[in-house]
Design a protein around this ligand. Structure first.
Ligand code: UAG
Ligand code: ATP
Ligand code: API
Ligand code: MG
Length: 484
């Protein structure tokens, strides 16, 4: 693409050198990825400032550099006020606005994004749509799986891969949209068709500082649900009517809204609800009649996830009977309320609960069917919200008979300091500390008797443990099986 044409799309920039003779074949934000005829964008990160790699990028073949201040280089330097924003806008233009050629469904909220996106994707596949999925577990384009570093990757990765999806004839792309991504502009320029809100509870205050700012970040998905370059796109906001933030989010969007819920009147409402040891069943009231849902998934939170997925797929034009067929048979996602298969007369469940609210939901669900004692193995991630730590410890002690506090991913923090944060100020005494996660899992399993439940929480599908800079092999399920 012609560099002048590309850069002109920014409107707000300064460049002293001519660009019209330069052709751009690639955009890169990492100097190590640069090939000839590339445009390099300098991003100030949390670890390093990409501006320091500008010369190296030129040495590797960059023919234009985008920066937030003048740099002395042998190639044209384009100065913009905000390089992260420029990255999202340029990538969108460079790849010819790929999201306008796809149906894009974005799911945001503190808990349930992975669960809901997987159901939405499964339903679209069932009706023979060609789909893609981006989220915590991976990116999937049709049947190909690709690893991802973030739940919602950076703007360059996103636009590049949305373009790949267009090239591979994908019709529907479903993605998790994290609050970090919204705040950092990773999804700027993505033309969402359907935006789904699951819920909001405390998490990530290390980053957002207050719940108001966290809510504001989440709301950006709904304010971004604007008019499209593609006139045929029909937009919908799908909102959890039972969440305290529903009315705020409704005000943020100007697009049609479909609500879902259990306690408040909603377009998709669960009635006649039964929560059983074998799963859930309810009648789903919808704008086009009632469907019965009977699923192996567990707990009230799964009812919400099912309602959210059903409303999103209804907005996407899928028949209720098809939605019902998939939701009645869905197996759920790895590491989300996943029973470990073994011969003992007690149950072991792996779950990704890593917030106070999700831990409470999962423990309340277990309490409903557990005939014996509930043990929970739980830690908190390092370099993450410190304020959720005592709340998670309190929830664990309140709902379980016995809690074993251990390490999650300590990252750069000391495991003992994380535990100290967890137990500070809690009044419960039904816990013990075993810093080594393997020892904690072993202990919980050895205590369990017939009718008991052991919940191993926090790491779900993760197959690693991040300790300092090291990523060590660790899989809760495999470790549990060693002791079963
Ligand atoms: C805090 C944060 O969000 N960090 C993200 C950020 O990394 P960073 O700021 O450290 O980047 P950096 O290493 O300083 O690099 C800055 C620039 O220099 C460039 N560079 C760097 C080194 C070099 O040799 N050459 C070079 O050109 C880099 O390519 C980059 O352009 O940019 C990276 C690339 O996009 C992200 O992978 C990384 O996410 C890290 C891994 C992370 O843990 N993020 C978390 C907080 C996060 O975003 N989580 C949410 C989920 C939250 C939820 O559960 O809801 C998510 O969406 O994943
Ligand atoms: N709707 C919900 N409400 C509350 N808790 C939920 C809900 N859905 C799932 N959970 C709990 O949260 C955990 C994580 O679920 P899921 O992976 O779907 O969420 P997520 O929003 O994708 O999380 P992340 O922010 O890490 O990507 C589950 O293991 C379960 O314990
Ligand atoms: N997306 C979440 C995942 C947390 C998972 C937990 N195991 C941890 O490491 O804290 C985060 O990055 O905060
Ligand atoms: Mg997720």
């Amino acid at each position: 693409m012609n560099a002048e044409k590309l850069i002109n799309s920014l409107l707000d920039f300064q460049c002293q050198q001519p660009l019209h003779t330069i052709s751009i074949k690639n955009i890169e934000m990492d100097h190590r990825e640069i090939t000839t005829e590339s445009l390099f964008i300098c991003i100030k990160g949390y670890t390093v400032d990409g501006h320091q790699f500008a010369q190296a990028a030129v040495d590797n073949g960059a023919s234009v550099v985008v920066a937030d201040h003048e740099l002395q280089l042998s190639v044209p330097v384009v100065v913009v006020p905000d390089t992260k924003r420029a990255l999202a806008l340029l990538a969108n233009v460079f790849f010819d606005h790929p999201s306008t050629h796809l149906k894009v469904i974005g799911v945001t909220g503190t808990n349930g994004k992975t669960s809901v996106t997987h159901m939405i994707d499964e339903i679209h596949r069932y009706v023979s749509k060609k789909t893609a999925l981006i989220g915590t577990l991976q990116m999937m384009i049709r049947d190909q799986i690709y690893p991802v570093k973030n739940t919602t990757p950076d703007a360059l990765f996103l636009q590049k891969n949305l373009n790949k999806m267009v090239e591979e004839d994908v019709e529907v792309a479903t993605m998790e949209v994290s609050s970090h991504a919204l705040d950092l502009g990773r999804v700027h320029g993505i033309d969402f068709d359907i935006a789904v809100f699951t819920n909001l509870s405390q998490d990530h205050l290390d980053y957002h500082e207050t719940m108001e700012q966290y809510l504001f970040a989440k709301s950006l998905l709904f304010s971004q649900l604007g008019n499209s370059l593609n006139q045929r796109k029909k937009k919908y906001a799908i909102i959890n009517q039972d969440d305290a933030h529903a009315s705020f989010l409704k005000k943020v969007t100007s697009q049609p809204i479909l609500t879902y819920g259990i306690t408040n009147k909603a377009n998709f409402q669960a009635t006649d609800l039964e929560l059983k040891a074998s799963g859930i069943s309810f009648n789903m009231q919808t704008p086009e009649g009632i469907i019965n849902i009977s699923s192996k998934l567990m707990g009230m939170f799964s009812v919400y996830n099912i309602l959210a997925a059903a409303a999103a797929c209804f907005a996407s034009g899928i028949k209720l009977t098809d939605i019902q067929s998939v939701l009645n048979n869905t197996a759920g996602v790895k590491g989300r309320f996943q029973p470990v298969d073994h011969q003992n007369e007690f149950a072991v469940i792996i779950d990704y609960a890593h917030t106070p609210d999700s831990l409470e939901n999962v423990l309340v669900t277990i309490r409903r069917f557990c005939e014996g004692k509930v043990y929970v193995v739980i830690g908190c991630g390092g370099d993450r919200d410190r304020r959720k730590r005592p709340l998670m410890a309190g929830v664990a002690c309140q709902y379980a008979d016995h809690a074993i506090f251990t390490s999650d991913n300590p990252r750069s923090e000391s495991p003992q300091v994380i535990i100290d944060d967890m137990v500070e100020g809690i009044e419960f005494t039904n816990y013990q500390v075993l810093l080594d996660r393997k020892a904690a899992i072993k202990y919980a399993i050895q205590q369990a008797k017939s009718g008991d439940v052991v919940l191993i929480a926090g790491k779900g599908h993760e197959t690693y443990q991040i300790v300092g800079d090291q990523v060590l092999d660790f899989d809760d399920e495999k470790v549990a099986l060693q002791f079963l």
